[in-house]
Design a protein around this ligand. Structure first.
Ligand SMILES: NC(=O)c1ccc[n+]([C@@H]2O[C@H](COP(=O)([O-])OP(=O)(O)OC[C@H]3O[C@@H](n4cnc5c(N)ncnc54)[C@H](O)[C@@H]3O)[C@@H](O)[C@H]2O)c1
Ligand SMILES: [Zn+2]
Length: 369
């Protein structure tokens, strides 16, 4: 079935469409497999690369590309969230056009979530859509950002407010990239892995726990552990590619997390904020879903052992304006994805979020009432 057919708007059909368009290679050797996955009819490539990642890994990526295509132009993206500004996005589209991108071209995004979000949005909109290949080089990218088709840039009003779903045709997650990742960015990825484990793979919490000393020191997790965390997201995407229902569970820890990140003026990184957000969500869940108090305490211990924060880094008052700007606020109430137990998320009334009163959120911000 093709997207042109009217019935293709059902979730099930889109799923087939998406999964048949988004192929994912992960684990050792996956960069070398890029040639096997090269999309049919793609005659030209333009690389959009995080400058730091490219410094370390440019020759390897060029080597893999050279097996299928003549050397592509490379457009550098400066390191950091500031590259997700609308002005940078416009300059990137212009650079793609100057590099000769046309409808037969593929944009190859090489970098972390900043690069894949930015390059994905540019690819999705340039000439009404160019094919995209994601080569995530950070742990956050490999377990989260590069999978799932969400692309965006930021506005002064908030993060990711201009964007679209644009599914990569191929995602290549090679563990070797993680060898050069700074410790702080390994920890950011660990927070997303704890989130995924808590959502649907509680045994993964024990795997992380057993390796906690090494991970907290900034060594990346083993490739199969990274793959396992990414599989949680991949599985949910298969059920709900466009976030109509179950995909909301992936926001676990992000309601408080995004507010902390924004209120800190981005001083607190995304992963550090999400870790604290998980601790808050667990406390709220103790009150609303029957999540065991002992599990909320254990989660905080696990976060600490991984070198992650287990308390909000900003006051509730500082975070409050951002909490109520969350995309999931309805009728003045914050809605949160919450666990019932490790591996079991609360379905709510069907959209997999639960309304939370401000008073309760305030009480849970710094401790269990
Ligand atoms: N689209 C999604 O579904 C989704 C999901 C999660 C996060 N995100 C977005 O992703 C962004 C965060 O992504 P991130 O944590 O990957 O950050 P990032 O892209 O800023 O990369 C982190 C840092 O690592 C450097 N770097 C990248 N690869 C490297 C490598 N192999 N070796 C050494 N340094 C390397 C970068 O230059 C940067 O300084 C945020 O903007 C967030 O909103 C998007
Ligand atoms: Zn996140």
């Amino acid at each position: 079935m093709t997207v042109a057919e009217p019935r293709s708007t059902s979730t099930e059909t889109l799923l087939v469409q998406n999964l048949s368009h988004s192929r994912w290679r992960s684990g050792p050797g996956s960069l070398d497999a890029l040639a096997e996955e090269w999309p049919e009819g793609a005659e030209r490539a333009v690389v959009v690369a995080d400058q730091k990642a490219w410094r370390s890994w440019g020759p390897e990526v060029m080597g893999a590309l050279s097996r299928v295509i003549s050397p592509p132009d490379v457009i550098g993206v400066a390191s950091g969230e500031r590259s997700k500004q609308p002005a940078v996005y416009i300059r990137l589209v212009q650079a793609l056009l100057r590099a000769g991108a046309d409808r037969t071209s593929v944009v190859v995004a090489v970098g972390g979530g900043v690069t894949t979000d930015l390059a994905g949005f540019a690819a999705g909109t340039c000439l009404r859509g160019l094919r995209l290949i994601n080569v995530p080089t950070t742990l956050v990218g490999q377990v989260d950002a590069a999978l799932g088709g969400k692309t965006a840039v930021d506005l002064p009003e908030g993060k990711n407010l201009v964007g679209m779903f644009h599914w990569p045709v191929v995602v290549v997650s090679d563990p070797r990239f993680l060898d050069t990742l700074p410790r702080r960015h390994v920890r950011n990825g660990l927070a997303e892995m704890v989130k995924s484990a808590l959502i649907a793979d509680p045994d993964l919490l024990d795997v992380l726990d057993r390796d906690a000393r090494r991970l907290a020191a900034g060594r990346p997790p083993a490739p199969d552990t990274v793959h396992r965390a990414a599989l949680v997201k991949w599985g949910i995407l298969g059920v709900d590619p466009f976030e109509q229902g179950p995909r909301h569970v992936l926001n676990l820890g992000h309601t408080a997390g995004h507010a902390i990140e924004a209120a800190s003026g981005l001083r607190v990184t995304h992963g550090e904020a999400v870790a604290a957000g998980l601790a808050v969500a667990a406390r709220v869940a103790v009150h609303l879903t029957g999540f065991a108090r002992s599990e909320a305490d254990l989660l905080r211990q696990r976060l600490r052992r991984l070198g992650l924060p287990d308390e909000p880094q900003v006051s509730f008052d500082a975070a409050r304006p951002f909490l109520f700007r969350d995309k999931k606020v309805r009728k003045g109430r914050v809605r949160m994805a919450l666990p019932r137990a490790p591996g079991v998320m609360e379905p709510g009334t069907g959209d997999w979020t639960v309304p939370v009163d401000e008073d309760l959120l305030l009480e849970c911000w710094h401790g269990l009432p």
